[in-house]
Write a protein that binds this ligand. Structure first.
Ligand SMILES: [Mn+2]
Length: 353
């Protein structure tokens, strides 16, 4: 990487590869467009401003890139299907890649610090950060932002602002039920035959209850044991299938989705007292609503930028437009929230310079 390279960043979050409504095809077109920036920068007009989008020095993937919690039909194969092409395109782009994990992909945190040593074919690097970027200073414990132009920036997925997610994380430290069921569901026999297995399980359970417990027939200890073990086996080989096919609705009911940056910060969703980030701008995702909010305080104003998502379509929420397929562009002139309109068309939603 050229040390004289300009400080140009592109940030995307919440791609949810493998998920129900993932826009992976649009994202691939977007990556091809980024690849083209190396030869031909693009200009976008916004009000009276002209924004020049140059080849980035870094691309930041700001969490929930892989949908490890709730893949389509509960099947993790869909994650691989959706991310093969985008990851190939991404690695070909001539810039370093920084993957900050979100809540839906935080089980990859064992990879932190282990991927950065892999240099890609074109000499660029791929890093994984489990909490935020940049990392906390080891000596002072302060999370200091990255200076780009006249502002400092800090990047995190944003589930850290979400109390519900904190409770889930605490429980999951001991036992993550949905992940546990997902793991069992991916045993081939369970995945392919869970419906039949469930019928057998019910027959064994009800039949056993009738014959064994009604006293209609007398069984030995051993036949009881065989019955109990086979009932248990078919329970384990079917119930994970039921969980995998219904967990979508469980997750949807706890989604923190469609909150604007303002709602995140002001509705006690964000704990001001626990403020430990030393930066002018906090870039986050998680709520799927590309938006901004300036938190004013006596000491220092802080700007919050939400990078939105690549899931579903544009929506109108309480009279506000919630765009799909959004990204944040940062350079020395400022920060811009943009949306990909397909075929190389870009629109600026908000500009801060
Ligand atoms: Mn999230």
């Amino acid at each position: 990487m050229n040390s004289q390279m300009k400080q140009v960043y592109i940030v995307v979050s919440d791609l949810h590869f493998g998920g129900e409504e993932c826009n992976h095809k649009e994202f691939c077109c977007f990556l091809e467009w980024i690849c083209g920036l190396e030869n031909q920068p693009e200009t976008v007009e916004y009000k009276d401003k002209k924004i020049t989008i140059e080849n980035p020095a870094k691309i930041i993937l700001l969490g929930d890139i892989l949908e490890l919690w709730n893949p389509k039909n509960g099947d993790r194969v869909n994650i691989i299907k959706d991310c093969m092409r985008p990851l190939t395109l991404l690695s070909n782009i001539n810039c370093d890649k920084i993957y900050v994990l979100g809540n839906h992909d935080d089980s990859l945190d064992g990879l932190e610090g282990k991927v950065g040593c892999e240099t890609l074919v074109n000499g660029t690097k791929f890093y994984i950060y489990s909490g935020h970027y940049p990392k906390k200073d080891k000596r002072s414990g302060v999370a200091r932002g990255l200076q780009i132009g006249n502002r400092s920036y800090f990047f995190l997925h944003g589930h850290q602002f979400d109390k519900k997610q904190a409770i889930i994380k605490l429980i999951n430290k001991f036992w993550d039920p949905l992940d546990w069921f997902q793991d069992i569901f991916h045993i081939k026999f369970t995945k392919n035959h869970w419906k039949e297995n469930f019928v057998i399980f019910l027959c064994l359970l009800l039949g056993g209850r009738y014959f064994l417990w009604s006293g209609f027939l007398q069984f030995s200890f051993w036949s009881n044991l065989v019955w109990a073990m086979s009932t248990g086996f078919f329970a384990l080989s079917s119930i994970p299938g039921i969980v995998a096919s219904t967990q979508g609705s469980i997750y949807n009911s706890m989604k923190p989705i469609d909150k604007t940056a303002e709602q995140v910060i002001e509705n006690k969703y964000y704990q001001r007292s626990k403020e430990t980030i030393d930066a002018d701008v906090v870039v986050f995702g998680h709520t799927h609503f590309a938006s901004s909010y300036e938190l004013k305080s006596e000491t220092r104003n802080k700007l919050f930028l939400n990078s939105g998502c690549w899931v579903g379509n544009d929506k109108d929420i309480d009279g506000k437009k919630c765009y799909a397929n959004t990204f944040i562009f940062l350079d020395e002139t400022g920060a811009y929230i943009l949306t990909w309109r397909g075929s190389g068309k870009i629109e600026c939603i908000e500009a801060f310079n």
